[in-house]
Write a protein that binds this ligand. Structure first.
Ligand code: SF4
Length: 366
């Protein structure tokens, strides 16, 4: 049977760095963009023979901010990747987008390039919260970007939102949700803010300059999210993801279902047949390795059957489809159900909204 896989392309450029972000991204390196895209093409040529047996059902341009690059550059890259890999004609092709980097003509160019799904980093419609997160865009530019996406043509639109930043009240989060629902995107990703120590925000929290997120308030915000999005017709299909029926993200489902994926670009991760490997993180080092004709692999690990089974269990439990009941200790599964943390249906055990809130603790207990 042909392997069904996902293709991830990492673009490590951003206009500025947001204070909470620990992704492999850089501001001020845009002058490398031309060489970087050439390297992505070269890496695709180097690695495509190994993936000739796979059919790619999704492509995800993430980062970073892919939309710091001209839409023509992205179009050329997608065309090259389609030549290098067997991408299904109807594959989902997502591009992340920062509201300040897109307008209607730009988005028309992306859709013509074959992008079928836009994922916009909106985070909040409250300027106080955007300021606290050190986002450079305003609520107005997020609204304008969404309007431009709708005017550009048919595509699924996801809005990324974050709750629990310093200065955000339950009322503010409610207003952000209300506005997002009124816009009617097909998909919403709502993440609880987490503090990563090696970020500017992490250092401010460690120095006592900013309080850490209040877990009780974040739990209330999560409850509000579940009820508001549920009432608006969104299915809660993963801990932090909600979609209108038929609009779940194919690419991310691949990660949670344990399907193979290939990552191209600086720091990108790949997974296939119990092997996980990753590229070197610094863009300069990535460029040099690829330019010398080498695969830019920075490290790898091989999962044992037991590790792989545990990972599938942990990822599966994060989704609304859950996991086959026999993957769990029966007494523990029954206790989750009795405590209202999970439901049992069609031979599967799936976490409830309340269970998903505790997903990390529950999976740790396993
Ligand atoms: S725009 Fe996204 S990727 Fe770039 S710094 Fe901000 S959070 Fe990180």
């Amino acid at each position: 049977m042909t392997e069904r896989a996902g293709l991830y392309v990492h673009v490590p450029f951003c206009l500025t760095r947001c204070g909470y972000c620990d992704f492999n991204t850089y501001a001020g390196l845009d002058h490398l963009a031309g060489r970087y895209v050439e390297s992505l093409r070269a890496e695709a040529r180097l690695t495509s023979p190994e993936w000739s047996g796979a059919t790619f059902v999704s492509m995800f341009l993430g980062g970073g901010t892919p939309t710091t690059m001209p839409s023509k550059t992205i179009a050329g890259l997608i065309a090259h990747l389609r030549e290098s890999f067997a991408l299904e004609p109807t594959a989902e092709v997502t591009s992340e987008a920062n509201p300040d980097t897109v307008d209607e003509p730009y988005l028309v160019g992306l859709l013509e390039a074959g992008v079928t799904r836009l994922s916009m980093g909106v985070q909040s419609f409250d300027p106080v919260v955007l300021d606290s997160l050190e986002r450079i865009h305003s609520p107005q530019s997020a609204r304008a970007a969404f309007t431009a996406a709708r005017a550009a043509g048919p595509s699924d639109v996801n809005l990324d939102l974050i709750y629990g930043a310093h200065g955000e009240s339950l009322d503010s989060w409610q207003r952000t949700l209300d506005e997002a629902i009124a816009m009617g995107p097909e998909h919403l990703s709502c993440y609880a803010l987490t503090i990563e120590p090696a970020t500017p925000l992490g250092r401010k929290v460690a120095a006592g300059l900013v309080p850490p997120p209040d877990p009780d308030l974040q739990a209330e915000m999560y409850d509000l999210t579940c009820s508001a999005l549920g009432a608006a017709g969104y299915e809660h299909y993963e801990v932090s993801n909600w979609a209108k029926p038929g609009h779940r993200c194919v690419h991310n489902l691949g990660y949670w279902d344990g399907r193979p994926y290939l990552g191209l670009g600086a720091g990108a991760h790949s997974f296939r047949d119990a092997r996980r490997w990753w590229n070197v993180r610094p863009p300069q080092e990535y460029l040099e390795l690829v330019a010398s004709g080498q695969l830019p692999t920075g490290g790898e690990e091989h999962l044992t059957d037991e590790e792989r089974g545990l990972e599938r269990l942990l990822l599966g439990l994060r989704t609304a489809d859950g996991v086959p009941k026999e993957w769990l200790d029966p007494a523990r599964a029954d206790r989750f159900v009795a405590d209202g943390l999970a439901v049992s249906r069609n031979g599967h055990v799936a976490l409830t909204d309340r269970g998903m809130l505790l997903a990390n603790e529950l999976t740790l207990s396993l």
